[in-house]
Design a protein around this ligand. Structure first.
Ligand code: FAD
Length: 470
């Protein structure tokens, strides 16, 4: 019913890009409808991504700490057990509370929510097959495509979400696999590998590239890999999967060196395919209105998020840029600001990235490799968590802070943090980058003691001068 009146803005997709765009549009006084086919708001991130993975990372960390660390803090008990259904239940409850929360925000901001799958009839008309079996046409002066991304499969491997799983299946296993093989050493693979490793699985990560998480600063990445290995995660780098055999109880994975060579057969109870994500536009009818996608399926847009069709915009995972929830949200806000006649702005070079393992690894700005390649003369300041009093006091001192600044001006170019809560610590660095701050600006900012954040200050001191505590 809602859809028959013309909207100022129609958003297709209710993920972090789409729902944030819808709320922002309504806040700016635009009549807004959001179409989502999943039956729940929050998209990949809330339903099968960021949120459930963080819930399980937290629960599994608690179990692992209870087993391996509590005693040395003088906390003892007879037995620690895993109740997997309860652990999954807590995750599911978190998801349903949060999705309902977004529905509440839609009501509060008067965003019309249409549950169904949208398809372009024209650049201003969307046909929606609703999830209750009906059909409605939603009209809008401006349409925002926020249909997100989907799991990227691998040729010859069929995902059944039971034994051969994507991240979605890995977030909902009903038993702890004895052996888990993770294909792909990116953020998602390492996070899910950590979850199941902490709960008792033997985890082997198979990666085609010579390094884990190639986007990470090289020095940080090397230390990170060593820490994960200490946690018993095994890595087979420069290795490709050539065949998967699921005909018996045990899954058999044939691998060989990336450059070719002798084959090995690995056995696993569960195989997680986490080789990346691809933009999702299937069934959207882009061809009807003449929107073309690039080689990897992304929708090209200009700085104002406009596609090649007037009045049709695109944001989030479906366009180029980091495939992250907070980037999708930034896109959403900026896109709607442009539609409302204001200015919007997103700087993809200053989007923080976080791997929520233990320790967490967070970064913003350039890696040392990227700075080197740009030819700019630079300085590096580092501070190990081992010299941070808070990290030492809680006996959780793996990691370091590394700051890269331009030599001539001291302007901060990149910050890389590996420690507990690095994902929280990174934001002072993000702020520093967005204000073009110098390492001295960070160092002369008074940081509370004792905090992990003092390591950021000390690394900044070490960038333009010397740290105190090392
Ligand atoms: P999506 O969240 O994918 O939402 C798109 C929505 O559009 C979907 O709900 C889909 O059902 C709907 N849709 C698609 N087509 C139609 C249609 N035709 N009609 C109606 N609805 C449609 N990012 C982070 O920043 N931090 C993390 O910690 C993190 N962890 C992750 C962990 C995992 C396991 C995964 C898989 C992803 C993770 N991500 C994380 C990535 C993050 O989930 C995505 O970057 C983010 O969800 C992208 O938002 P989006 O709004 O562009 O798209």
């Amino acid at each position: 019913a809602s859809g028959s009146d013309e909207n100022d803005v129609v958003v297709i997709g209710g993920g972090p890009g789409g729902y944030v765009a819808a709320i922002k549009a309504a806040q700016l006084g635009l009549k807004t409808t959001c179409i989502e086919k999943r039956g729940a708001l929050g998209g990949t991130c809330l339903n099968v991504g960021c949120i459930p993975s963080k819930a399980l990372l937290h629960s599994s960390h608690m179990y692992h700490e209870a087993k391996t660390s509590f005693a040395k803090h003088g906390v003892k008990f007879d037995n620690v057990e895993i109740d997997l259904p309860a652990m999954m239940g807590q995750k599911d409850k978190a998801i349903s509370n949060l999705t309902k929360g977004i529905e509440g925000l839609f009501k509060k901001n008067k965003v019309t929510y249409v549950k169904g799958s949208g398809k372009f009839l024209s650049p201003s008309e969307i046909s929606v097959d609703t999830i209750d079996g009906g059909n409605t046409v939603v009209k809008g002066k401006n349409i925002i495509i926020a249909t997100g991304s989907d799991v990227k499969g691998l040729p010859g491997i069929t995902i059944d979400e039971k034994r051969i799983v994507s991240s979605t299946g890995a977030l909902a296993l009903t038993e702890i696999p004895k052996k888990l093989i993770v294909i792909g050493a990116g953020y998602i693979g390492l996070e899910m590998g950590s979850v199941w490793g902490r709960l008792g699985s033997e985890v082997t990560v198979v990666e085609f590239a010579p390094d884990i998480v190639p986007s990470m600063d090289g020095e940080i990445r090397k230390q990170f890999q060593r820490i994960l290995e200490k946690q018993k995660m095994k890595f087979m780098l420069k290795t490709k999967v050539v065949a998967v055999d699921t005909s018996t109880d045990i899954v058999k994975l044939t691998v060989e060196p990336s450059s070719g060579g002798e084959q090995t057969v690995l056995e696993a109870d569960v195989v997680l395919v986490s080789a990346g994500r691809i933009p999702f536009t299937s069934g959207l009818g882009l061809e009807t209105i003449g929107i073309e996608t690039d080689k990897i399926g992304r929708i090209p847009v200009d700085k104002r998020f406009t596609t090649n069709v007037k009045g049709v915009f695109a944001i989030g995972d479906v366009i180029p840029g980091p495939m992250l929830a907070h980037k999708a949200e930034e896109d959403g806000v900026a896109c709607v600001e442009f539609i409302a006649g204001k200015e919007g702005h997103v700087d993809y070079d200053k989007v923080p990235g976080v791997c929520y393992t233990h320790p967490e690894v967070a970064s913003v700005g350039k890696t040392e490799e990227q700075v080197k390649e740009s030819g700019v003369a630079y300085r590096v300041g580092k501070f190990p968590m081992l010299a941070n009093s808070r990290a030492k006091s809680i006996d959780d001192a793996d990691g370091l802070v590394k700051i890269i600044a331009e030599k001539e001006t001291d302007k901060v170019l990149g910050v890389h943090i590996m420690c507990s809560n690095a994902g929280e610590l990174i934001h002072e660095a993000a702020l520093a980058l967005s204000y073009d701050a110098s390492s001295e600006d960070i160092a002369r900012t008074c940081h509370a003691h004792p905090t992990l954040s003092e390591a950021v200050k000390e690394a900044a001191m070490a960038t333009y001068d010397k740290a105190i505590h090392i």
